[in-house]
Ligand binder design. Structure first.
Ligand code: ATP
Ligand code: MG
Length: 293
């Protein structure tokens, strides 16, 4: 191996396509962990949310079984704003969304929704109640549509918690009115949809319940660039057009940080860095570790 190639490894995950990069995945983890040592203060978390938090996670310790994945994790995002979590594989990003939606074991801490003086403690609500009573929707990471059902039936499934089936159908019509592309395919089986259309269906199904808060795990995963742009345009409209609050995880750190008002870098279950999305995007450390720059 020539001298200049030393230490080069083919890495994947944070880069589009397979390219040779100087930093190996192990190095990213080690260097990111070093960043985490400094931590991020509670004041910083609050000020990034303009001291006007709507979805708030306080001192959360959560995981699966006996295993604690998130350690003293804090998060704040104001109503109608977006927050993106980036970080290495296994950092616990999805676990944050799982915790908000009620899929983890919570050892300690609190999750609330609503502005000051109007908080609803959702820490131990069931997932159904999170959706029905707290207006939180979780958009699954891929492969969650029912392939043997039509597009329209898939949307109706999104309203399964409504009291009457007619309500779900009505709500589905509102979604169809907004997304013509989906309406054109309403009688098609979900299995024949393209990857981008399937993602649109996954997002739309979550919208049937008209949630206030969207938890989105890796919206761009597995999509070709034009569909990635489409998905981010839809999310942009949901935030800026409809005032939804969005908390997302994105492996494509550039897209995620460009989109989000607030960004957190999660490393080993702790927040290593936090800042406005565009500032994190411009940060040389973030660039080096997560943007392949
Ligand atoms: N359902 C589960 N049961 C047990 N352990 C889990 C479960 N889901 C995740 N874990 C573990 O929790 C840790 C954090 O996983 P998580 O999925 O939150 O990471 P992530 O940051 O989303 O990673 P990725 O970028 O690969 O999606 C990992 O060690 C993982 O193995
Ligand atoms: Mg994940």
């Amino acid at each position: 191996m020539a001298g200049e190639d030393k230490g080069k490894k083919a890495a994947s995950g944070y880069h589009q396509g397979s390219v040779e990069t100087i930093i190996s995945v192990e190095d990213v983890n080690r260097q990111a962990a070093a960043l985490a040592k400094e931590g991020v203060s509670a004041e910083r978390i609050a000020s990034l949310a303009n001291n006007d938090s709507y979805v708030t996670i306080e001192n959360l310790r959560a995981g699966y079984g006996k295993m604690e994945i998130l350690h003293d994790f804090n998060l704040q995002v104001p109503k109608g704003k977006s927050l993106c979590l980036i970080g290495p594989n296994g950092a616990g990003k999805s676990t944050v969304l799982h915790s908000i939606f009620g899929f983890t074991r919570i050892f300690d801490g609190r999750i609330t929704v609503g502005g000051k003086g109007n908080e609803l403690d959702v820490t131990s609500l069931s997932s159904n109640d999170k959706l029905k009573k707290a207006g939180i929707a979780y958009i699954l990471q891929d492969k969650s549509v029912f392939p043997g059902m039509t597009v329209e039936e898939n949307l109706w499934m999104g309203g399964y918690l409504m009291d009457k089936p007619e309500q779900a159908k009505e709500a589905a019509e509102k979604v169809f009115a907004k997304y013509g592309r989906l309406a054109e395919r309403r009688k098609h089986l979900a299995r024949v949809l393209s990857g981008g259309e399937r993602r649109l269906l996954e997002i739309s199904r979550a919208l049937v319940m008209d949630p206030e808060i969207l938890l989105v795990d890796e919206p761009s995963i597995g999509l070709e660039p034009r569909f990635i742009d489409m998905v981010f345009e839809i999310l942009d409209d949901l935030q800026h057009g409809e005032g939804k609050t969005i908390i997302m995880v994105e492996q494509n750190a550039k897209k995620g940080l460009e989109f989000a008002d607030i960004g957190y870098v999660l490393v080993s279950g702790e927040t290593a860095m936090a800042g406005p999305g565009d500032e994190l995007l411009a940060d040389p450390e973030v660039g080096r570790l997560f943007l392949g720059g």
